[in-house]
Design a protein around this ligand. Structure first.
Ligand SMILES: Cc1cc2nc3c(=O)[nH]c(=O)nc-3n(C[C@H](O)[C@H](O)[C@H](O)COP(=O)(O)O)c2cc1C
Length: 338
């Protein structure tokens, strides 16, 4: 029995911020993989509605949760950043306000929901929760996967007692799952991280990060994972909730590379390199979710105005290969040679 029990070794990444829709998760699952719902930023009520809607279409429901951190950012640094952002905010007609410094993304309510109404899979990102929460989910019949970015994090997760690991490499689009947002995210192939983690733990593994085509899927499976999680290649699919500014930027010749930056949210994330990342990448404070809240309205307004230079254009290194069309076709194309 494998961890996920899917026909194809492919996972549709949970992509918070509206990108993963119920339709996207259902399409990936319907094609033989499994699509995970993204609970991050959602209210527990929204999450419950998404779980119910997906369950009408498949039993293979998985949910991804953001693990909250107690770490508080330096208030003076966040305020100074707000001052530096003011000209850009003014130009967009946005008033920046003092952001909340901590925010647990409704952790307790989401765990309570998933304990009272269990799903087969829960994956975690941004660190590890208390062991008691993992245990409660497992006792409800859920398999819990922790996302890790190093062999040390994998050992910690194994000690905590999770059932499997998502090994995220630095080429992944969106936020790094690193337990230490101050760590420099070195540019190494995902397969190298997989091999390092494989040597450190006996847990079943899923790999994520930088998939551009079927050869990458094969290489990661050969490196020792049971399945490969794909995000960026689904961004332009019919069922993706990515907005037009994000979708168009992925093929805009203006954007020629991706960078890892904490300028948008205070936590390292890979995005298309744009003016905002260039201007603030070196000086923005580390401090998620305070920086996320500080810049949120600015980014949302820019996205609505089609101004891609001020939007977090999350993208992994394979972004040039993200096709349009049904997500099921992406899953089938990736598993073509397996
Ligand atoms: C737009 C976007 C949003 C993401 N949101 C989440 C999330 O909510 N939770 C999570 O665990 N990973 C998230 N990720 C990371 C993915 O789970 C995965 O690690 C990554 O997409 C894999 O690399 P790839 O984008 O190169 O395929 C996100 C990625 C993208 C591109």
């Amino acid at each position: 029995m494998t961890l996920l029990g899917t026909d194809l070794p492919l996972v549709g990444a949970p992509m918070a911020g509206g990108t993963t829709t119920v339709d996207l998760a259902a399409a990936v699952t319907g094609a033989g993989g499994i699509g995970l719902l993204a609970a991050g930023y959602r209210t527990p009520e929204d999450l419950a509605a998404q779980v119910a809607a997906l369950r009408e279409r498949t039993d293979a429901v998985g949910v991804n949760l953001f693990v909250p951190s107690d770490e508080r950012p330096d208030v003076a640094e966040v305020r100074a950043y707000a001052e530096r952002l003011r000209p850009e905010a003014d130009a967009l007609g946005v008033t920046l306000t003092d952001p909340p410094l901590v925010d647990d993304d409704h952790w307790d309510a989401k765990v309570d929901l998933l304990v009272s109404d269990p799903v087969p899979f829960v994956s975690l990102t941004f660190g590890l929760p208390p062991a008691a929460d993992v245990r409660r989910l497992q006792q409800a019949g859920t398999r819990v996967l922790a996302t890790v970015t190093t062999a040390d994090e994998a050992r910690e997760a194994e000690e905590l007692g999770v059932d499997g690991l998502v090994v995220q490499g630095p080429s992944a689009g969106g936020h790094s799952a690193t337990f230490d947002p101050r760590r420099t995210i070195e540019d190494v192939p995902t397969a190298d991280v997989v091999r390092a983690v494989g040597a450190a733990t006996r847990l079943p593994l899923v790999a994520a990060g930088g998939v551009a085509g079927p050869a990458d899927v094969r290489a990661l499976l050969e490196a020792g994972v049971e399945a490969v999680q794909v995000g960026t290649l689904l961004l332009r699919s019919d069922e993706s909730g990515a907005g037009p500014t994000h979708r168009e930027a992925l093929t805009d010749p203006r954007f020629t590379e991706t960078v890892v930056t904490h300028a948008f949210t205070g936590r390292p994330a890979r995005a298309l390199r744009n003016a905002f990342a260039d201007r603030h990448g070196a000086t923005a404070p580390v401090g998620y979710p305070a920086v996320h809240h500080l810049t949120r309205e600015l980014r949302a307004t820019a996205a609505r105005q089609g101004d891609a230079e001020h939007v977090h254009l999350w993208a992994g290194t394979g972004y040039r290969h993200a096709p349009t069309g049904p997500a099921a076709d992406v899953v089938r194309a990736l598993s073509r040679d397996l």
